[in-house]
Design a protein around this ligand. Structure first.
Ligand SMILES: NC(=O)N[C@H](N)C(=O)O
Ligand SMILES: [Mn+2]
Length: 279
């Protein structure tokens, strides 16, 4: 081979058809082990109105109130958000703790499986791509016999007179495709769009070459996990190459835009606060 650059190794992509769903989230191409020979290098960025938090920057420690579980808080109010977003790595014989009073929780499984049990003893098994919404002050526990990775969102619930949220268990593939007037991406929502819910989780799919038509600037805040694919995320005046496993914080009003590149579908999971008067 008279190769003159390293492009051939970039083309030598692993066949992902035989891999489990979302496998790149926990095994990203530029994982910490790939970067160990480049001391000090990270793609992570922290700015006033956005942050990109890539896997080599994730710092895990025991999660308070959980047993045998390591957590990495990726977005917290210290960054300016009104929610937390964290990864929970549940190990053998692990168990979750409860959120504080009046705090709602959504968990989404990206690897392994967990069993969710409520106060009446009713259990459901959650595998990759399934999720559960736990209303504020809803007694529950998650157990794991093997290993599982969850992405968790929590926020203090913004109560509204005469409205309550329901406990929900579901999976992305069971959610209907929704209309996206003026846009090309495919959209599913994990929670009902009705008034009781003060946030939603959007699952957005882009084919390679597709991009957001709207160069969005809006009052809502976002926490994003790229589940599949690669692309360019514009945040303010910065343009970031991103790939599965990357997490993004977007503060209110940060200009935001995404273009999907690479050879496979991009799919991301996006927290968005909704249904409440910003005043
Ligand atoms: N950055 C985004 O993808 N934003 C979404 N389209 C949204 O705000 O709904
Ligand atoms: Mn947006």
């Amino acid at each position: 081979d008279e190769g003159f650059c390293s492009a051939s190794s970039m083309l030598d992509q692993t066949d992902s058809s035989s891999k489990p769903l979302y496998w790149k989230v926990t095994s990203p191409t530029l994982s910490p082990s790939h970067l160990q020979d480049l001391p000090g290098f990270t793609r992570s960025v922290y700015k006033r109105d956005h942050a990109l938090i890539t896997p080599e920057s994730h710092v895990f420690s025991p999660l308070p109130d959980w047993t045998n579980t390591l957590g990495a808080y990726l977005i917290t109010p210290a960054i300016g958000s009104h929610f937390v977003m964290y990864l929970a790595k549940m190990q053998e014989n692990s168990r979750s703790g409860l959120p504080p009073n009046d705090v709602e929780r959504l968990i989404f499984v990206t690897q392994g499986a967990v069993t969710l049990t409520n106060a009446s003893g009713i259990s459901s098994k959650l595998v990759v791509d399934s999720y559960a919404y736990l209303p504020p002050n809803f007694d529950h526990s998650l157990k794991c016999d093997g290993s599982a990775t969850l992405v968790v969102f929590e926020r203090r619930y913004a109560f509204l007179d005469n409205h309550i949220t329901e406990h929900i268990v579901g999976s992305t593939d069971k959610q209907p495709l929704l209309e996206t007037p003026g846009e090309v991406f495919e959209l599913r929502k994990l929670l009902p769009a009705s008034m009781p819910y003060d946030f939603n989780i959007h699952i957005m799919d882009f084919q390679p070459g597709e991009f957001l038509n709207v160069k969005e600037v809006h009052y809502n805040q976002h926490g994003l996990l790229l589940l599949e694919g690669q692309g360019i995320y514009r945040l303010g005046d910065s343009w970031y190459p991103v790939q599965a496993g990357d997490v993004i914080w977007m503060a209110p009003f940060v200009p935001q835009w995404y273009a999907a590149l690479g050879k496979t579908r991009s799919r991301y999971l996006l927290y968005k606060d909704v249904n409440r008067n910003p005043l």
